[in-house]
Design a protein. Structure first.
Length: 327
């Protein structure tokens, strides 16, 4: 996935959310509808999240230092994890609190500002315009995702993508559209039935939706922070490059790790012939490194260890156990 595609989707979502947040806030000020307040906070939280993604992408481009010799690629994962926290705390928890607060007001005989306002039609107009704007943002995110996901479903793409920006924007935009439907449900039924409890229900549904999306984002980003292997296709390309290198008898074992969305570390023990001279082994390793980087350009850190290859060698399944010398 290109960083440019993710940035384009983030900028499109940020532009839409800032405009939508202001109009939703205005609608709440005019009518007092709690669904509109929850949705305005939702849009402001999404805008802050998109800024976090842009900052993370910028910081990840810093050059490696002696203290961080593999660079700062994982900054994008850190900021994506912060997005989930913001969405949970500011978006989801606030909406649930607002639903509870509005319910208490209705039970006390207050909280019917929407029914008493002459601006009752404003939330409906704002929600309709917001659905159109969010739809354009969601379409942009899907178009950018389609360039990278191949034959994968969107759900599979979100679970397997190594770059966090597009999955985050896809989930946020989907949640935004669904949240607008919940707000329209709450406001619409409140106006039709003249019962403010539907505004409370709509607000609570928005809160539960945002909490669910935030937990999903946190779970997926946690896996990236812990460190994920390269994709199966990338591993196959690397193995094929090694197998096609003259002087390499076979791959004894290999491990890969994403240092960032477009940076892969490869560590492999490769088999060489017992009678090879040291200078020939060194030449074989150099050739193998060139082949790997040509086959998989995302490989930025590469460590190959030569050993004597035996076809009957079975690696120890324990990841911490090194292969015995001479195998």
């Amino acid at each position: 996935m290109s960083a440019e595609g993710g940035t384009k989707a983030v900028v499109a979502a940020l532009t839409a959310n800032l405009a939508i947040a202001v109009t939703k806030l205005g609608a709440w000020l005019l009518t007092g509808a709690s669904s509109m307040l929850a949705e305005s906070i939702h849009s402001f939280a999404d805008s802050g999240n998109q800024v976090l993604l842009l900052v993370g992408g910028r910081r990840a481009k810093r050059a490696a230092t002696p203290e961080h010799p593999f660079g700062f690629g994982r900054e994008r994962y850190v900021f994506a994890f912060l997005v989930s926290i913001v969405l949970f705390s500011i978006g989801g928890v606030f909406a649930l609190y607002e639903a509870y607060h509005k319910y208490e007001e209705i039970e006390a005989g207050h909280g019917n500002e929407l029914l008493e306002s002459s601006w009752w039609w404003v939330p409906l107009a704002v929600l309709g315009a917001a659905i159109i704007a969010e739809g354009f943002s969601f379409r942009t995110a899907i178009a950018e995702a389609n360039k990278s996901r191949g034959q994968q479903s969107l759900g599979r793409f979100i679970r397997s993508a190594k770059a966090p920006e597009l999955p985050v924007i896809l989930l946020e935009d989907a949640a935004a559209l669904l949240g607008l439907v919940f707000a329209l449900f709450g406001v619409g039924l409140t106006l039709l039935t003249e019962n403010g409890i539907f505004d409370v229900i709509g607000t609570a549904m928005i809160g539960l939706l945002l909490v669910s999306v935030a937990v999903t984002l946190a779970w997926e980003t946690k896996s990236l922070l812990l460190g994920e292997a390269a994709s199966a296709d990338a591993v196959r390309r690397i193995e094929a490059a090694l197998a096609g290198t003259e002087g390499v008898s076979g791959v004894i074992h290999m491990k890969t790790l994403h240092l960032g969305p477009e940076e892969i570390l490869v560590a492999a023990k490769i088999g060489v012939r017992a009678q090879e001279r040291a200078v020939d082994v060194a030449a074989t390793i150099d050739h193998a490194e060139r082949n790997i980087r040509a086959a998989e350009p995302m490989v930025t850190a590469l460590y190959l260890e030569p050993d004597i290859y035996r076809a009957d060698y079975v690696p120890d399944p324990r990841p911490e156990a090194p292969a015995p010398a001479g195998h």
